[in-house]
Design a protein around this ligand. Structure first.
Ligand code: ZN
Length: 172
């Protein structure tokens, strides 16, 4: 098992032969396509990754595991930022071409491997993380944090109104 420092590129076929388990983090900022979907990119953000490389009974070279991170999304009810726990389940099988991809069992998503055999590690997890994003994000509880803030704001408004009404009275 390797931890923390993960390679930029991996050779899934070679890792599968040795039944390697990769366990570690990759920076959220490295995932450009995912970052484009986010309100704010947490530059210190990490994606916790666990990938098991192996072969299944049918002979497919597989990569199964999980990727999880926290992202900032906009709550579509109160339009405030919210933290969302993004968890993706990874279940991939190596294919050489589109034809092989169409013959894969449903439980696997295909991953095309070029002749070099090397693929960027992020390409194994980015699509699944993007798919795990909610179509519409809402705060869990009915936007409690924002309700507090609104109450505070209306409290400020009320105290601002009072001096004016006092002035009104003084004018008359
Ligand atoms: Zn909200």
């Amino acid at each position: 098992m390797q931890s923390e420092r993960l390679p930029h590129t991996v050779s899934p076929a070679k890792l599968a032969q040795r039944r390697i388990i990769l366990d570690g983090n990759i920076p959220l900022g490295k995932l450009d396509r995912l970052s484009e979907q986010l309100v704010k990119i947490d530059t210190d953000g990490l994606v916790a990754l666990r990938l098991e490389f192996g072969k299944d009974k049918q002979g497919f070279t597989t990569i199964v595991g999980s990727a999880s991170t926290q992202v900032e999304l906009i709550c579509q009810r109160c339009m405030e930022a919210m933290t969302f726990d993004l968890n993706a389940v990874i279940s991939l099988a190596l294919v050489a071409n589109d034809e092989a991809a169409s013959e894969l069992p449903d439980r696997y998503d295909p991953i095309l491997v070029e002749s070099s055999g090397l693929i960027p590690l992020r390409s194994l997890v980015e699509d699944d993380l993007i798919l795990a994003l909610p179509i519409v994000a809402y705060h869990d509880s009915p936007c409690g944090y924002v309700d507090d803030k609104q109450t505070e704001e209306s409290g400020v408004e009320a105290s601002v109104e009072n001096p004016f009404s006092v002035l009104e009275i003084l004018k008359h």
